[in-house]
Write a protein that binds this ligand. Sequence first.
Ligand code: C5J
Length: 229
Amino acid sequence: MSTSTSMSISIPAAPFDYRLAPGATALVVIDMQRDFIEPGGFGASLGNDVSLLVPAIAPIAALLAAWRARGWPVVHTREAHKADLSDCPPAKRLRGAPTLRIGDPGPMGRLLISGEPGTEIIAALAPQPGEIVIDKPGKGMFWATGLHERLQALGVSHLVFTGVTTEVCVQTSMREANDRGYDGLLVEDGTESYFPAYKAAVLEMIAAQGAIVGWHAPSAAVLAALPEA
Ligand code: C5J
């Protein structure tokens, strides 16, 4: 996959301009699911302030509208395991919070299990027909999902990342994408963490050493650079 194409457009970004390939750039929305975002869900039950994630919703909605208007690919992920937990390594499950582990009954159904109310994507960002929706058993979006093959079949070379949480599933997915040859950009106001310092650290880390993992830019810079729909 190339770093730029003759048709590419330039977005002011850190550490230097990002070259976006129109039509070959998928918008990725990571794990904007009820259990992480809504009051009364898994995230809140762990003592996290879920209101810290809410500011990402409006920028993601604006980007979704822009991608949909252009007919460009969109990927939604949910962190979700099979009901029988056959895709959840015991080591990972047992290491969880002692009171609430993957698969346990939680406030919005079994925690991080496909099809449970808590794993639904929030209504404001609900996927539309034709968009890719994957349940991922890992923190990263490529492990055990077949997503790379699907993106390759669509000719996708560039990924614009949004979602939660910045330092866990978003960062892991972006690093996995980098190793698979995608050029990735993280949207600064389209991602949030329960720990603002971790978000700041991720932004710094990914762009360090000449975009060692990728780029970051605000949603306004992405939207302003897009070609006419
Ligand atoms: C976490 C995620 N934080 N989607 N999941 O456990 O980042």
